[in-house]
Design a protein around this ligand. Structure first.
Ligand code: UDP
Ligand code: MG
Length: 313
């Protein structure tokens, strides 16, 4: 096998119903590409015939690599493993269920050839998903975009093509709570969208029930925004301010001979709660710093270093 230009990572969890079709459609597209390719299937601890199918595909097709997880570790970990093993110059991440159409890959590759380093698939519309999922997804992306000051692109999942350079940076990010779409946005480089229509699942059913979806959504927010902590501090400050204003009003009233009654208690409570919230917020800021240090993200990312001697040149 020549060194692959393209690596395609396909995370698979109980996908026996779709894998043959997925492989067929991927092969159709990839065999027309302008460079050699490999397909890295990652079996994420499936309990159905997925591992057998992958073994069979690997036996019959030299382009196929298969990683078998010892247990289910989750979609993001499956993609992470795929990234670690893929050796292409351009790496594509795609779902196994054909919701991300492989036919979009050549368009992504064309943008990559033109210099884009992260080409992300942006959904034009969602087929076959419930109104609830559409609504929650759209609301979530809006909130996430606000919390992260707009760096995370909307309606973007994990379907994307990344240049080796960008992939290397993400490979070097050892954080455990992995929200890959955020990480790929975070690394920077030249990012470009490709619009596509997200299809229905080809067969089988989603492995992202609400609970898992919710956890994943929280990962996205907590890994990329410390704003929730700031809210606590602001809320506390607001309590102290309200308490101060109430105190002032009560003192004026007292001078006029009005006793104020239970308002004194209310004033004290607002003040105390405010102080406690502020203290929590400040503690939180330190925890945020610990979190930042502990996850060990790169301090800066160099896209090009010009005029230095390098081994390649
Ligand atoms: N997947 C995985 N491990 C899991 C859950 C899902 O590798 O624990 C894979 C799954 O096989 C599919 C992709 O991740 O290729 C997306 O999952 P799914 O289609 O169930 O999610 P949805 O598209 O409904 O959000
Ligand atoms: Mg799916």
């Amino acid at each position: 096998m020549p060194h692959p230009t393209y690596s395609v990572i396909v995370p698979c969890y109980n996908e026996e119903a779709v894998l043959h079709e997925t492989h067929k459609r991927l092969t159709n597209v990839l065999s027309q590409m302008d460079g050699p390719y490999e397909i890295v299937y990652v079996n994420d601890g499936s309990r159905d015939k997925t591992p057998d199918i992958l073994r069979e595909l690997a036996e019959n097709d030299p382009h196929v690599r298969a990683l078998m997880f010892a247990r289910n570790a989750g979609h993001q970990m499956a993609v992470t493993a795929g990234l670690d093993y893929a050796c292409g110059d351009a790496i594509v991440i795609i779902d196994a269920d054909l919701q991300d159409p492989p036919e979009v890959i050549p368009e992504m590759a064309a943008k990559w050839r033109n210099g884009a380093q992260v080409v992300y698939g942006q959904r034009r519309k969602r087929e076959g998903e419930t109104a609830f999922k559409k609504f929650t997804a759209s609301a979530y992306y809006k909130i996430l975009s606000w919390l992260t000051d707009g760096f995370a692109p909307r309606d973007t999942g994990d379907f994307r093509l990344v240049d080796k350079k960008a992939a290397d940076v993400v490979r070097g990010m050892p954080e455990h709570a992995r929200y890959l779409r955020g990480m790929f946005a975070w690394v920077g480089f030249r990012q470009e969208p490709v619009l596509f229509d997200r299809d229905k699942r080809f067969a089988g059913e989603t492995h992202y029930p609400f609970k898992k979806m919710f956890k994943f959504a929280m990962d996205g927010i907590l890994s990329f925004s410390f704003k929730p902590l700031k809210f606590i501090t602001w809320l506390g400050a607001l309590g102290i301010l309200a308490s101060g204003v109430t105190l002032l009003v009560l003192l004026i009233l007292l001078c006029c001979g009005v006793p104020g009654g239970l308002w004194w208690l209310a004033m004290l409570m607002m003040g105390c709660t405010g102080a406690v919230l502020c203290a929590l917020g400040v503690t939180g800021e330190y925890i945020a710093r610990i979190y930042d240090e502990v996850r060990g993200r790169p301090l800066y990312i160099v896209a090009d270093a010009i005029g230095f001697e390098s081994e390649e040149e």
